[in-house]
Design a protein around this ligand. Structure first.
Ligand code: PMP
Length: 367
């Protein structure tokens, strides 16, 4: 036996994560480039000070105040005339990564199958591996949209316990057609859950409904969100879901006790009180995204349609060489997705100008 005595199937596997490099322009992890205002920082600091005074006690295991705050926020996206979302329909954890892991701990597992559609978020197979679930990846169409007929056929053949579908999808930015959600929920039935991962949901195009509108229609639908992206809180580590209360209740069996620290709960609640400010840059980021897509296309590149705060562009015979040359110019993008493509996160106008300038250097002097 080699030391350390790691599980056989984990040997030699590199930990997931984008390079964390100290560069002038970090456009690689889909963060919001705009930080909180001084007023927001002051409110967060005050909330932390208050939480600190009670740190001898464990935090609220059920994080009820936070769930209420998140339910109020999510209720913005229910269909007109529909009942608001309630705290019992919400569950939160340390990033939507942890929410997703808890979902698979509770609803995946040995003998159970998790389905997704590639290219998609590369953590999905890892959640499946870590919960001993079988992972099956269907394929997306050439334009990265979901081929609904093929998806339903795969679901009927595999009878998955969980289907993971981001909308918009990472790394392609592709939104899920609203009719796909209902069709998949019906195909999955009561034997499984459809998890629509709306990590980038707030960046979707105006007029595109959130999957939250269908929550009351399909009890096997779970919608996940995060404060990491549009909400400008990547450092906070707060993800959450909305679903049938019975689903939230079931997750309590697998969550670690007191998984959300008193500090996390206090910071998230203080940030929620500044919702409109923190989301204030979303419209500008959307406009910057559309401009970035248009500019890359003008350069003769392929760019996937994006509803997110990033875009996938290519194709390059040697994408690693392009990634490196952009890095040499101080711009860090992400080498992810199908071979030949790169992903750039949408930053401030100054950051995007730096990206375009670096791309011009690469395109004018290829190789
Ligand atoms: N889902 C998708 C599609 C993502 O791209 C990400 C982050 N890159 C996450 C979930 C996880 O985000 P977090 O844990 O920060 O909430």
């Amino acid at each position: 036996m080699t030391f350390p005595p790691l599980r056989e199937e984990l040997r030699g596997i590199a930990p997931y994560g984008a390079p964390q490099l100290d560069v002038p322009y970090a456009l690689n992890t889909n963060e919001n480039p705009y930080g909180p205002s001084a007023a927001c920082v002051a409110d967060i600091a005050a909330a932390v000070a208050e939480a600190a005074a009670g740190l001898n006690r464990y935090p609220d295991r059920e994080h009820l105040a936070l769930r209420e705050g998140l339910a109020t926020y999510l209720s913005r996206d229910v269909a007109p005339g529909q009942a608001p979302i309630e705290a019992a329909q919400v569950w939160a954890a340390n990033g939507s990564n942890e929410v997703m892991l808890q979902l698979l701990q509770a609803f995946g597992g040995p003998g159970r199958t998790v389905v997704s559609f590639a290219p998609t978020y590369s953590m999905y197979p890892e959640y499946a591996r870590d919960t001993h679930s079988r992972f099956v990846a269907g394929r997306r169409a050439d334009d990265f949209t979901l081929d609904l007929d093929a998806a339903v056929t795969l679901v009927e053949a595999e009878r998955p316990s969980v289907v993971l579908l981001p909308s918009p999808n990472n790394p392609t930015g592709t939104a899920l057609a609203p009719e796909a959600i209902g069709a998949l929920c019906e195909a999955i039935g009561d034997d499984g859950l459809l998890v629509v991962d709306e990590a980038y949901g707030e960046f979707r195009r105006a007029g595109t409904p959130s999957a939250l509108e269908l929550l009351l229609t399909y009890r096997n639908l779970v919608v996940t969100r995060t404060m990491s992206k549009a909400f400008a809180g990547a450092g906070l580590r707060l993800g959450y879901l909305a679903a049938d209360p019975a689903i939230c209740d079931a997750i309590r069996v697998v969550r670690l006790p007191y998984h959300l620290s008193a500090v996390t709960q206090a910071v998230a609640l203080a940030a929620l009180a500044h919702t409109d400010e923190l989301l204030g840059a979303v419209d500008a980021l959307r406009a910057e995204r559309d401009a970035c897509v248009a500019w890359l296309r003008e350069q003769g590149l392929h760019v996937a349609d994006s509803d997110a705060n990033f875009c996938l562009f290519g194709t390059f015979a040697d994408r690693h060489a392009v990634w490196q040359r952009l890095l040499d110019e101080g711009v860090l993008v992400r080498e992810v997705g199908p071979e030949g493509w790169l992903r750039v996160s949408i930053g401030t106008p100054a950051e995007m100008a730096a990206f375009r300038a670096a791309m011009m250097v690469v395109l004018e002097h290829p190789g």
